[in-house]
Design a protein around this ligand. Structure first.
Ligand code: HEC
Ligand code: HEC
Length: 394
């Protein structure tokens, strides 16, 4: 009897010890990431940079794929002479070493822009430009800062004169678009649109290169375990599992550029004292009325090709909605969000974790209730998406 009791006692102690160990393991759980399911592997493949399709042609821009136009566009991108004060170029705000952003809450040109400068890497894949999508082509977008009193603060007459008359641009301009004839109908507007088309040809070349995350997916698909371990740490893998799982980030940050290029309200409030930004609901009205849109006279495409514009979604759910940014390379592009509201990724993730009600419209994101450790893991994963710009020869 007593030996039986002893045995039972030992069993209880052993069971308790195992339970305690299990509980401790659960606390710091999981020790190693669970293996990926087939469905998760499909998601990872869809986020892989190798899944990025070749860039579709832009029928609205006849020189979109012309290397001479790209070279001219590159020079114009860095040319401060297109600005009112002679010191602002596109690159003042879109600085190559900061992944074409500027490190400021809002862009600073001749005066202050209204929003945070977006990166333009991989932007050619988006049917809409700007946080509110008020432009529907890269070339038409490029015209806006030139005449924006806060940015270049210039005007189309001055810009056209520089590009069609100055010795370093004139020949390229004429080979690409023909001799500028100021007496022709709408000559200035046509030449102004051509300036945008050359800049757009350059911007189409700005692409991300593979990151450690992409190396990981490649190794995973190849069944190469050493490759996987070399590419991502355990924390980064756990963060990736949360990103595509519990945290629901791929609802909007999906595809190889980690954006659906769609408009969503994520409840990011404006700065105190600022009127809440209406976002897409105003942007869609602007793009439909824009003389430089896909259906306008300066587009090289047939009206029938403007399906994006014709079927542009409108409606109350777009109040306070902004275009989802790519998450490839967040390093060096702070502050984040449409007005640069958050200085760090950690702050951004705390916002998602709490998902406060929106000031206008309705926050689509739900509170996540993740632990600090889990948020750090997501942050670690986001860091693995950093990679230099893909090299381009011009
Ligand atoms: C004064 C700073 C400033 C200058 C100069 C400037 N930009 Fe921008 N750029 C911004 C800001 C701010 C945004 C976002 C504005 C918004 O969405 O309302 C932006 C957005 C863009 C976008 C859209 C990116 C996206 O993902 O939607 C492109 C493309 C772009 N700029 C290209 C250019 C080009 C080309 C030039 C030169 C002709 C230029 N920018 C000059 C500040 C600037
Ligand atoms: C409902 C769609 C949606 C979901 C879900 C979502 N995002 Fe976003 N994300 C956006 C939009 C839209 C913005 C820009 C919002 C703004 O500026 O007001 C954004 C901005 C960001 C930014 C700032 C990027 C920059 O360059 O400014 C980061 C980082 C980010 N999201 C990470 C995440 C992570 C991590 C998750 C999951 C926890 C997530 N997002 C879930 C739509 C979404």
């Amino acid at each position: 009897m007593s030996t039986d009791r002893k045995k039972a006692g030992k069993t209880i102690v052993a069971v308790l010890a195992i339970a305690a160990l299990a509980a401790a393991a659960w606390q710091i759980r999981p020790l190693s990431p669970a293996p990926w399911t087939k469905a998760e592997i499909d998601v990872l493949r869809s986020l892989w940079i190798t899944s990025l399709p070749p860039l579709a042609p832009d029928p609205t821009n006849a020189v979109a794929a012309n290397p001479r136009a790209a070279k001219l566009g590159q020079q114009l991108f860095f040319d401060t002479r297109m600005s009112a004060n002679g010191v602002v170029s596109c690159a003042s705000c879109h600085q190559p070493q900061r992944r074409f952003t500027d490190g400021l809450p809002k862009g600073q040109g001749v005066a202050s822009s209204k929003r945070n400068t977006r990166s333009i890497v991989g932007v050619a894949y988006s049917p809409w430009l700007y946080w509110d999508g008020r432009k529907d082509s890269l070339w038409s977008q490029a015209l806006a800062p030139l005449e924006d009193p806060n940015e270049h603060g210039s005007d189309r007459v001055k810009v056209v004169e520089l590009v069609t008359q100055s010795p370093e641009y004139r020949e390229d301009y004429e080979i690409l678009f023909g001799v500028f004839d100021p007496a022709a109908d709408g000559a200035i507007d046509t030449a102004f649109a051509n300036v945008g088309k050359a800049i757009a040809a350059f911007e189409r070349l700005l692409m991300p290169s593979p990151s450690r995350f992409d190396d990981y997916v490649e190794a995973l698909l190849d069944g190469n375990e050493d490759g996987q371990a070399a590419a991502l740490s355990t924390d980064e893998i756990l963060g990736l599992q949360l990103f595509i799982g519990e945290a629901g980030c791929t609802q909007c940050h999906n595809g190889p550029l980690l954006t659906n290029n769609e408009f969503h309200n994520t409840g990011v409030i404006s700065f105190p004292g600022e009127v809440p930004d209406k976002g897409r609901v105003a942007g869609v009205r602007e793009v439909l009325a824009d003389p430089f849109n896909c259906s306008g006279n300066h587009s090289d495409s047939a009206e029938a090709e403007c399906t994006e514009l014709r079927y542009a979604r409108t409606g109350a759910e777009l109040i306070g909605a902004f275009r989802t940014p790519s998450l490839r390379n967040l390093e060096n592009t702070e502050p984040y969000m449409h007005k640069g509201q958050f200085n760090t990724i950690a702050e951004t993730l705390r916002h998602y974790n709490e998902a406060p009600p929106a000031m206008i419209g309705h926050n689509e994101a739900k509170p996540l209730g993740l632990s600090r450790r889990q948020l750090q893991q997501i942050e670690a994963f986001l860091g693995s998406l950093a990679a230099p710009l893909a090299p381009q020869i011009l």
